[in-house]
Write a protein that binds this ligand. Structure first.
Ligand code: ATP
Ligand code: MG
Length: 555
């Protein structure tokens, strides 16, 4: 028994089974990706469910690759998937399986069905099979080959296996019911001829089982108790049950839930593959991709993704989760763990005219106000600084509380400065500000008690380190690109902005890929793997402003 209450309808079912002893109190789940792409945030939800249930009820979760299609699967994907599962924090122990490990059993199951008169070899081609299948309103038509004798079927199936027939000329089908209201039951194909080598079985097979003839039996072979899948498989459940009944083998309980949909994102693997193949993104791990590899590179932590999955919950009804909720989860996590730093993305030079030339002070800065153990660091301060271009306006509107001619502001951890002059180039561009500072205001307080309305960040020009900063926005402008076949037309042309010459505080000089920081007032940033010593590259994980809080406040 778990120590906490059931958190969703799936846990209700598990507890009911535990109560009535259906599976002897065992909980054995599996996570079954097809190795035809990288894992994405939707898979994370599935993993959190499957591994999460196993952990909660003291069971185990198998890692299984559903690798029945030799044409689409690649070893690269197997490796990336295992890496991503581990990274999220899940452990399959010794239970790593491949559906292709069961090709022999699946072949024997097919023979068993043939012998029972429940499967036959069909000579119709794919197109004819589709035509004969009927529609939702019309029953299907039986194939003229449906009533072959058991012996003929055994001989033909052997011929298929031995490579005697060309691809597409024969398939093995289940003999169920061409008039069934459930189209999945209209004599589905079990095995097809594919003369393509498989990433694990090589050239051993020229016939391959269909996904539907593989999934339920794989679960059965492994003794899975709860086979959790997305809603599209609800209509396949009667078929899986039919196979298990006909074969008279152990039967797990299939439970369906609604897949995760995220706004402004595609999660369909076909669409993700297209984004990568056509070069709309830099690869599967492009920080704009909803893949785990992309999110990791962007700066997401495993904890933030798991928290997100928990907050999203589990239901049967389809909905679309606002991507702001995912952003909220990483912001929340990084707020607690990311050290703070000062970084200026678009630098504007400031010269403090009354500050002694050559003088350097080391100001105390707090590493993380959310973590008292994180301590403090020293920030060099000198006569020439950079501030954010946006923090100055020559003619400020009423609510602009930052720097402007004649106006005084506070430098974070530093002094009050007042802008005395604006220097422009021949084109009228502002290239430098002249300021004065009040030496009495070190630490950000004026002894006379006078207030300033703005505090801005800065870095010392002489000490600053150059960095490239990559700013990201949603990949799609449409809220529901996954619903749209023309989804490419809503690609956001501004999803990546490269800021080539940011200036960051010197303590970041040795930051290594994967390290995460809050750049004060700007956002959370992670060091990109492209980063080299002396050529830092940062990805903006997420901005500081939380639009999810605004969304929920309105609800
Ligand atoms: P697609 O339909 O885009 O090809 P898939 O569901 O076929 O994706 P698989 O690799 O077969 O992808 O998925 C592995 C597991 O992850 C399955 O159990 C599947 O139900 C689950 N899964 C995939 N996408 C989502 C999603 N968006 N939300 C929740 N679970 C998902
Ligand atoms: Mg699938």
């Amino acid at each position: 028994m778990a120590e906490t209450e059931p958190a969703n309808f799936i846990e209700d079912i598990v507890e009911e089974h535990n109560g009535n002893g259906r599976f002897g109190g065992q909980v054995i789940t599996r996570f079954p990706p097809e190795p035809n792409g990288y894992l994405h945030i939707g898979h994370a939800k599935s993993m959190c469910l499957n591994f999460g249930l196993a952990n909660k009820y003291g069971g185990r979760c198998h890692m299984r690759f559903d690798d029945t299609n030799p044409a689409k699967e690649e070893e690269e994907f197997v490796e990336s998937i295992l890496e991503d599962v581990r990274w999220l924090g899940w452990d399959w122990g010794e239970h790593l399986y491949f559906a292709s490990d069961y090709f022999n059993e699946l072949h024997d199951y097919a023979i068993d069905l043939i012998k029972k008169g429940k499967a036959y070899v069909d000579d119709l081609d794919q197109e004819q099979i589709r035509k004969y299948r009927g529609t939702l309103t019309e029953p299907g038509v039986e194939s003229p080959f449906r009533n072959r004798s058991v012996d003929d079927n055994l001989a033909l199936f052997r011929g298929m296996k031995e490579g005697e027939f060309e691809e597409g000329t024969k398939v093995l089908r289940a003999k169920i019911d061409m008039a069934s209201g459930n189209i999945n039951m209209r004599d589905p194909v079990l095995f097809r001829i594919l003369k393509t080598p498989h990433h694990r079985t090589g050239e051993q097979w020229v016939i391959y089982p269909m996904y539907d003839f593989t999934h339920g039996q794989s679960d059965s072979i492994e003794g899975i108790t709860h086979s959790i899948c997305t809603m599209e498989y609800e209509d396949h459940r009667p078929l899986y049950d039919w196979f298990l009944d006909a074969l008279d083998i152990y039967q797990p309980q299939q439970i369906e839930f609604a897949r995760l949909n995220l706004s402004n994102t595609v999660l369909s693997k076909r669409k993700l593959i297209q984004l990568v193949r056509e070069g709309h993104v830099g690869g599967w791990d492009d920080p704009r991709m909803p893949t785990l590899a992309g999110l990791r590179r962007r700066g997401y932590t495993p904890e933030s993704i798991r928290n997100f999955c928990e907050q999203v919950g589990v239901a049967k009804r389809q909905n679309v989760i606002d991507i702001a909720m995912l952003e909220h989860a990483v912001r929340d996590d990084l707020n607690r763990r990311a050290p703070r730093a000062l970084a200026v993305l678009r630098p504007l030079k400031v010269v403090i005219e009354n500050y002694p030339e050559g003088q350097v002070e080391h100001l105390d800065a707090i590493n993380n106000p959310e973590d008292s153990d994180a301590g403090t660091r020293k920030l060099p301060f000198s006569r020439e600084l950079y501030i954010e271009r946006d923090d100055f306006m020559e003619e400020p509107p009423r609510k602009f509380f930052r720097l402007a001619p004649g106006r005084e502001v506070r430098l974070r951890y530093g002094y009050f400065i007042t802008c005395t002059d604006v220097i422009k180039d021949d084109a009228g561009e502002i290239i430098e500000l002249r300021c004065t500072y009040d030496p009495e205001t070190r630490g950000g307080q004026a002894p006379d008690g006078r207030k300033v309305r703005g505090t801005i960040h800065w870095v010392s020009a002489e000490h600053a380190v150059n960095a490239e900063v990559r700013l990201y926005d949603h990949l799609f402008t449409s809220e529901r690109p996954d619903d749209d076949d023309d989804f490419m037309s809503t690609l956001n042309p501004h999803s990546l902005e490269v800021v080539p010459d940011a200036k960051v505080e010197p303590s970041l000089a040795d930051a290594v890929p994967g390290e995460k920081f809050q750049f004060e007032r700007t956002g959370y940033f992670a060091v990109d793997p492209d980063s080299q010593p002396g050529a830092l590259v940062f990805n903006r994980t997420v901005t500081l402003r939380d639009s999810w809080k605004k969304v929920t406040a309105k609800l």
